[in-house]
Design a protein around this ligand. Structure first.
Ligand code: FES
Length: 115
């Protein structure tokens, strides 16, 4: 069964998102009880759960040196922004939230709270 998504507008336009999110710099975002990390790289905008799978610290405090990965600040585990997989065999995986944009803005899809 597919999870229903609630699409929430997080920026009023792609242009504003691009000017607000510095390239390859993680940014924390909170919506209700969801804590997210946003990164804009050359492929677009990624959103994922803002918690390192290793010891649960915020990944938004990490770095994104090449634009292809997020590096956790605590033990330097590296998670690929395309696959979500840890890149050096340590295990763990990012939990992504879908991102889309249209003429009305930039939206993130949150799991619906309805049952
Ligand atoms: S807490 Fe992130 S790598 Fe250990």
């Amino acid at each position: 069964m597919e999870t229903e998504l609630e699409w929430v507008r997080v920026f009023p336009s792609l242009e504003i998102a691009e000017s607000s999110l510095e390239l390859n710099v993680p940014r924390a975002l909170k919506y209700r009880d969801h804590r997210l990390c946003l990164i804009r790289n050359s492929d677009g905008i990624r959103a994922f759960f803002d918690e390192c799978p290793h010891k649960r610290v915020p990944l938004s405090r990490g770095s994104c040196p090449t634009g292809k990965e997020i590096v956790c600040y605590l033990h330097s585990y590296i998670y690929h922004l395309e696959t979500g997989q840890e890149m050096e065999g340590n295990g763990g995986e990012l939990t992504f939230y879908p991102v889309k944009h249209n003429e009305d803005g930039v939206f993130i899809g949150f799991p619906s709270q309805s049952t």
